[in-house]
Design a protein around this ligand. Structure first.
Ligand SMILES: C[S@@+](CC[C@H](N)C(=O)[O-])C[C@H]1O[C@@H](n2cnc3c(N)ncnc32)[C@H](O)[C@@H]1O
Length: 280
């Protein structure tokens, strides 16, 4: 067993990551902060980061709120993913399928989306949204906290939107995802920017670029791309460290103000770089 995995098991063992439902929005945003289950009382940590509690299916409506289109620009994200027809992809921690349905349309009838979640209620809600739309290329997968039950060496992409920071045992899951990706397969982390105080999300549900890099690269992945064109979120692409995809240097995120002060690294220019990176 790898040392990182062993350490993680020791750190998190027995910490009982109960399914609590804090609204992810920071209170100052004025959004609902209603709680439907008790908060996690025994925090667990990974590489200096406190792991967030799992968002309960009781709050699933929040995932399909209208304002999400403006806040997260999912169409822009989908374009940045550069998915091809016929691909096999995974929406990891799919919830009620906010991204699963567009992914299913994007890969088309010959492709497949593995929709993975640990909550059967989320998968039921996803099914209720997919059925009327006639999407038959979605395979729901009820995972456990330590086993996402993914196929081996098969996936072109594993998308994790607002999920990674809640994983109970990150190294265990990353090992499983590593084994599920094909040679050029990518894992894509989409996380609210910790560096940006203007993003109205609770700190526990945000991640910095450097923390993402530290955790993912410690688990046999390398950075192969990034997309900085979303309003609130980092989008970082990783591949297995034995993948033929070339490794890329991280372009540190900058606020609008500092980007304007240094025009060579504006948001737009780094977004274009990211698209280039995807084409490799
Ligand atoms: C904040 S929600 C995000 C849902 C969806 N990705 C979206 O953007 O709408 C996080 C989801 O990840 C799921 N989740 C948490 N830990 C998981 C794990 N170890 N394996 C699979 N799903 C997990 C939760 O059950 C929840 O549905």
């Amino acid at each position: 067993m790898r040392l990182s995995l062993l350490l993680s098991l020791v750190i998190t063992f027995g910490s009982g990551n109960c399914l609590s439902c804090p609204s992810l929005l920071a209170e100052e945003s004025g959004a609902s902060t209603q709680e439907t289950r008790p908060r996690e009382t025994r925090p667990s940590w990974y590489l200096g980061r406190q792991i967030a509690p799992t968002m309960s299916a009781d709050g699933a409506e929040w995932l399909i709120r209208k304002s999400r289109v403006r806040e997260e620009q999912p169409r822009k994200l989908l374009e940045a993913l550069q998915i091809k027809r016929g691909q096999q992809v995974c929406d990891f921690g799919c919830g009620n399928g906010y991204h699963t349905l567009p992914l299913a349309r994007e890969v088309g009838p010959r492709g497949k989306v593995f929709a993975v979640d640990i909550q059967q209620e989320m998968l039921d809600l996803l099914d209720a949204r997919a059925q009327p739309r006639g999407l038959e290329n979605i395979e729901p997968v009820l995972a456990t906290l330590t086993d996402p039950k993914l196929p081996r060496r098969q996936l072109d992409m594993v998308l994790m939107v607002d999920v990674y920071h809640e994983l109970f045992q990150p190294p265990v899951i990353l090992q499983a995802i590593h084994a599920s990706l094909n040679e050029k397969g990518r894992i894509v982390l989409v996380e609210f920017r910790e560096e940006d105080p203007a993003v109205p999300i609770r700190p526990l549900h945000k991640m910095s670029q450097s923390q993402v890099m530290k955790e993912i690269c410690a688990n046999h992945f390398k950075l192969v791309g990034q997309f900085d064109g979303l309003p609130w979120q980092h989008v970082l692409f990783f591949a297995r460290d034995d993948s033929p995809l070339p490794e890329k240097q991280l372009v540190p995120w900058q606020s609008e103000e500092s980007a304007q002060a240094a025009p060579s690294t504006t948001k737009e220019s780094s977004a274009e770089t990211a698209v280039d990176k995807q084409e490799n």
